[in-house]
Design a protein around this ligand. Structure first.
Ligand code: ATP
Ligand code: MG
Length: 356
């Protein structure tokens, strides 16, 4: 069995961290024993491509991607190319057209990882955030009224379809059931009287199908506070596109920082390829210097293995990351070390070989 992976390493530190994620997967000898191969096909798309061709990917780019089992993405965006171009013309098109309606972000404070939190609040930070990834507040609906005139008004509409909301919630309930975890919904029904009232109604309705799952419902402001004061109360969390965006950045801060934040954009039906990417951007300030932390990209590679039901191998990658953090000898500067991106990747590959 061969999994074919489209690699869009992208811009800035993207290629630097993605190389180490590939190294980690290639270090998994158990895959070879199972007769499983990964074929990585590099697609040189992104901002350099844009500056040459006037677009982020070729015209038939989506048709090319469709043929792959998954997409492994570094980061796109670079000074000189407007952010909305690099974002919309590649990342958001892929998320939308491939109906990757689940944004899955593990927020786990591994042993040895730094946190901004006080001692005593950090035990048991073990969450999985499920963020709605195709509609909600980021649906792109709205309009300008009286644009350019003194009375101008900007309207931005959140779009919450029953179909779109229900499917993300059902995915969350299924995960909570499978992992025997609690499920928390984060919303704002007291202030957003259409979208979030609907969200809360649907959450209650679907919960009836999952009597075995313990549920909680929080207002987003209260949830933000609890993320800092008592993050141990959250296990599986489901929330909207905007709230998920913000809450998972809080999550990144309490669980190791940007260098450790991983994310997956998933089409659960597997009708289209899913996409795995570190949460961070191209970080032009440190690009080309070998300073980028590859652990987020390696963690995303672990999510890709999970997606292919190679959960043992996915877990080995996480164990290797944790081992490296505890050992504390080879770390990039963001984690207080003086190791380079590839030194960290090489040490991870060694650890994988000893762990598996
Ligand atoms: P975006 O425009 O998508 O936000 P960005 O290029 O501004 O992307 P961020 O991911 O927002 O980058 O990161 C902000 C800063 O955090 C970077 O400029 C860099 O200094 C640091 N940073 C981000 N990722 C890493 C990493 N993997 N290793 C080390 N430092 C990082
Ligand atoms: Mg930024």
């Amino acid at each position: 069995m061969t999994y074919r992976i489209a690699v869009i390493a992208g811009d800035g530190i993207g290629p630097e961290v993605i190389a180490e994620g590939i190294k980690a997967i290639e270090a998994l000898t158990t895959l070879q024993e199972k007769g499983i191969q990964f074929e990585f096909v590099h697609l040189p798309w992104g901002c350099e491509y844009y500056l040459r061709e006037g677009r982020m990917m070729p015209e038939d780019g989506m048709d090319v991607l469709r043929e792959f089992d998954a997409i492994y993405l570094g980061a796109v965006g670079y000074p000189g190319v407007p952010d909305h171009v690099s974002l919309w013309d590649l990342l958001l098109i892929i998320r939308k057209q491939f109906d990757q309606y689940i944004n899955l972000r593990p927020i786990r404070l591994l042993n040895g990882a730094p946190t901004v939190l006080k001692e005593g609040t950090v035990d048991n930070i073990q969450m999985t955030f499920i963020r709605e990834n195709t509609e909600g507040e980021y649906a792109g609906a709205g309009e300008w009224l009286y644009r350019g005139q003194p009375q101008e008004v900007a309207l931005q509409t959140g779009v919450f379809s029953r179909h779109g909301t229900e499917r993300v919630m059902r995915y969350a309930f299924e995960l909570a059931r499978r992992e025997k975890k609690t499920l928390t919904s984060i919303s704002k029904g007291n202030a957003l009287q259409y979208s979030m009232v609907f969200w809360d109604e649907l959450f209650e309705e679907i919960a009836k199908d999952y009597p075995d799952v313990t549920t909680y419902s929080y207002l987003v402001d209260a949830a933000a506070m609890h993320m800092i004061n008592d993050p141990g109360r959250f296990e599986i969390v489901v929330t909207s596109n905007l709230f998920g965006d913000i809450m998972t950045d809080i999550g990144a801060a309490i669980a190791g920082g940007m260098g450790l934040a991983a994310g997956a954009n998933i089409n659960p039906e597997r009708a289209f390829p899913s996409m795995f990417e570190p949460v961070h951007g191209s970080a032009p300030d440190i690009a080309g210097q070998g300073k980028a932390n590859p652990l987020a990209a390696i963690w995303s590679a672990s999510q890709m293995l999970d997606h292919f039901d190679l959960t043992d191998e996915g877990a080995v990658l996480i164990q290797a990351i944790e081992h490296l953090l505890v050992e504390g000898e080879v770390l990039t500067p963001d984690l207080g070390g003086d190791g380079s991106t590839s030194e960290v990747g090489n040490r991870i590959a060694q650890l994988i070989q000893t762990i598996q």
